[in-house]
Write a protein that binds this ligand. Structure first.
Ligand code: ADP
Ligand code: MG
Length: 264
């Protein structure tokens, strides 16, 4: 069993404080949803936990099973069992998915024989077309196919804790169902249940991927936590009740800074 503990986390980007004291604990088998308006700091939270460059942690801690995650380089965080499904998966020309999986499994000390067979079996579970397995990573895939590909990698690598940054963006209804159902299955695995931090704008991701807890992140702080009913309330009432009104939540150019980086 694993436990990711985020405690009093403050982080700045380009000299601006974006995370202002985030506390979250995610254990194996638990699904936590983090919802919040554009620019609240959701992607920043995922970037800081995975160690993306350009973000400075100014206070607080992140530990995985007691180990100091913030002291590790990104690759070591991944080997330790943290996994990020990116909002905008990166295209990597010239590098085949199979080769990435062979290297990643070997780095984790997992068996890397018959990777092709495992990929075919996993692809079938989420409706990812087999012919895409031989493409360079994500190259020329549609938005939905990229997210299926991300879900496939998650299922292959079996991390302990997965952060999904808007797995639902760019997905059609069928792909959304296939991907969220697969993640839900992984979280219910009797041997090694996956812990999930699912960042999303929409309740629809959460119809298949059933959250134990829902947290609302506004301006770098978790302002409310509750059960799945909180997501339903948001769907009907929006974030108005959770923002203080005098300072509107950011949107547009401001909110897209990180998203643009992920698109590169
Ligand atoms: P969310 O994912 O909740 O929409 P983000 O974490 O992407 O929000 O962004 C929070 C704020 O931090 C935004 O104002 C955004 O412009 C800013 N920000 C995030 N990453 C960067 C960056 N690399 N450079 C400059 N500003 C950034
Ligand atoms: Mg985001």
């Amino acid at each position: 069993m694993s436990e990711l503990v985020i405690s009093g986390l403050h982080a700045t980007v380009a000299g601006r404080e974006i995370l202002r004291g985030v506390d979250l604990t995610i254990r194996s088998g638990e699904v936590h949803a983090v919802m919040g308006p554009n620019g609240a700091g959701k992607s920043t939270l995922s970037a800081v936990v995975m160690g993306r460059s350009g973000y400075e942690v100014t206070a607080g801690s992140v530990t995985l099973d007691g180990e100091d995650v913030l002291a590790m380089p990104t690759w070591q965080r991944a080997v330790a069992g943290l996994h990020l499904v990116m909002q905008y998966p990166t295209e990597v020309p010239g590098v085949a998915l199979r080769d990435v999986m062979v290297e990643a499994l070997a780095a984790r000390g997992h068996a890397s024989d018959n990777v092709r067979g495992q990929l075919v079996a996993e692809a079938a579970k989420i409706g990812f077309e087999e012919r895409f397995l031989d493409r360079p990573l994500n190259v020329d895939l549609s938005g939905g196919e990229k997210k299926r590909n991300e879900t496939l990698q998650l299922a292959m690598l079996r991390p302990r804790i997965a952060i999904l940054d808007e797995l639902d963006s760019g997905l059609d209804i069928d792909a959304l169902r296939d991907c969220s159902r697969r993640v839900e299955e992984l979280s219910n695995d009797p041997d090694e249940p996956l812990g999930v931090l699912a960042i999303t704008h929409y309740n629809r991701l959460l119809t298949e991927l059933k959250p134990d807890k829902v947290h609302i992140l506004v301006k770098g702080r978790i302002v409310a936590s509750g059960g799945p009913e909180l997501a339903t309330t948001l769907e009907t009432d929006g974030y108005a009740a959770f923002t203080d009104g005098d300072e509107p939540a950011e949107s547009g150019a401001g909110a897209s800074g990180l998203d643009d980086l992920f698109r590169m």
